[in-house]
Design a protein around this ligand. Structure first.
Ligand code: ATP
Ligand code: MG
Length: 138
């Protein structure tokens, strides 16, 4: 089974759609193997999104991701990484397919409701960024 990390971002929690998003994830056949509600510090958010540190949107992204609580969810499924990226849709909700989480719940390209790991290696790395192996119920 492959692992991927989902983050329900602060905009989705402000809109009170985290329940809808979790239901869509379950209906799509993913198994929740760990879950918690947390507030990202500046340092943790910068470390998680380090790959984007030179991008023009980095500062805005960190401000946004620390603007309220997030729900981090470790997911397990066959082909989890690709299937989850298909379920969430394109980064920019204007380009996201109908029926995807971002099409339904994102505000714009920054406040786009959810994060999903972008490779099998990053799925493993990002799950262990937030969860000890002892916290995972597989
Ligand atoms: P994520 O990594 O959160 O799943 P993604 O892989 O679809 O999203 P990335 O290119 O990794 O997109 O960008 C990380 C996040 O940075 C985006 O989800 C979004 O919140 C923000 N972001 C990306 N591009 C832009 C942009 N052009 N303007 C503002 N914010 C952006
Ligand atoms: Mg990404």
């Amino acid at each position: 089974m492959e692992r991927t990390l989902c983050i329900i971002k602060p905009d989705a929690i402000r809109k009170k759609v985290e329940g809808n998003i979790i239901q869509m994830i379950l209906d799509a056949g993913f198994k929740i193997i760990a879950l918690k509600l947390i507030r990202l510090t500046n340092e943790r958010a910068m470390s998680f999104y380090e790959i984007h540190k030179d991008k023009p949107f980095f500062k805005g992204l960190i401000n946004f991701m620390t603007s309220g609580p997030v729900i981090v969810i470790a997911l397990s499924k066959e082909n989890a990484v690709e299937d989850f990226r298909n379920l969430i849709g394109a980064t920019d909700p204007l380009k996201a397919n109908n029926g995807t989480i971002r099409k339904l719940f994102a505000t714009d390209v920054q406040e786009n409701a959810v994060h999903g790991s972008d490779s099998i290696e990053n799925g493993i790395r990002e799950v262990s960024f937030f969860f000890d192996e002892s916290e995972i119920i597989d």
